[in-house]
Design a protein around this ligand. Structure first.
Ligand code: AMP
Length: 218
């Protein structure tokens, strides 16, 4: 199964991807996480990508498409799970077309594209209060009431690790990322609707409610 999660930054793709990939035994491919890992490891790819990421711009298509090609054509990836869950890829029409070609050559096709829809004001609120754990990559929010004050103290409620704010979650960069989403990524909604694989999901409400909505469409 090939599942694609679409949505603006802050729509909740990462959170839902973690849940869905476990539930459906899919390999979770987050291009943002891969690039951040590369940067942590200090690779050339990571350094190159970070120049774009810090400004809220997209990393060039050739780099991203090559990265995905390598993962998907690796027999280990193909055999290990029931399929792939794409989180943050594709993000441009060119990437979507290249992805279709790649899947065709592997005798695969997209089963569903889930578009998580959230209003702009809510996206800004979520992104500016988002914190990520250095140790376990857990995503949490300063607005989360159920954490006994841990998040405000900078501690991960799951593993106790140190929380940090992503550089691109700073206000100035958030606005640029939302602009990039509007111009480069939103057109994918029509692209996949025309192919008959798109479902729209209301992304407002609790994580559990949104997960339920997604699962009910699969
Ligand atoms: P994310 O964690 O998905 O919000 O991605 C963080 C940043 O990584 C984005 O703002 C881009 O700079 C870069 N990035 C992630 N996925 C892609 C992609 N498919 N195409 C281009 N850039 C990407």
């Amino acid at each position: 199964m090939i599942l694609v999660l679409l949505g603006a930054p802050g729509a909740g793709k990462g959170t839902q991807a973690k849940f869905l990939s476990e539930k459906l035994n899919l390999m979770h491919i987050s291009t943002g996480d891969i690039l951040r890992d590369e940067l942590k490891k200090g690779t050339e790819l990571g350094k190159k990508a970070s120049q774009y990421m810090q400004k809220g711009e997209l990393v060039p298509d050739e780099i991203i498409v090559e990265m995905i090609k390598n993962i998907m054509s690796d027999p280990k990836s193909q055999n290990s799970k029931n399929g792939f869950l794409m989180d943050g890829f594709p993000r441009t029409l060119n990437q979507a077309q290249k992805f279709d070609e790649m899947l065709l050559s592997l005798n695969l096709g997209i089963n569903k594209v889930v578009n998580i829809d959230v209003k702009k004001e809510e996206l800004i609120k979520r992104l500016s209060s988002r914190r990520v754990c250095h140790s376990c990559n857990n995503i949490c929010s300063l607005n989360d009431q159920k954490n006994g004050g841990l998040i405000e103290e900078g501690k991960c409620p799951v593993c106790g690790g140190q929380l940090y704010q992503r550089k691109d979650d700073e206000e100035r960069v958030i606005m640029q990322r939302l602009e990039v989403y509007e111009t480069q990524t939103r057109p994918l909604i029509d692209y996949y609707a025309e192919k008959g694989v798109l479902v729209n999901i209301d992304g407002m409400g609790s994580e559990e409610k949104i997960a339920e909505r997604i699962v009910s469409t699969l």
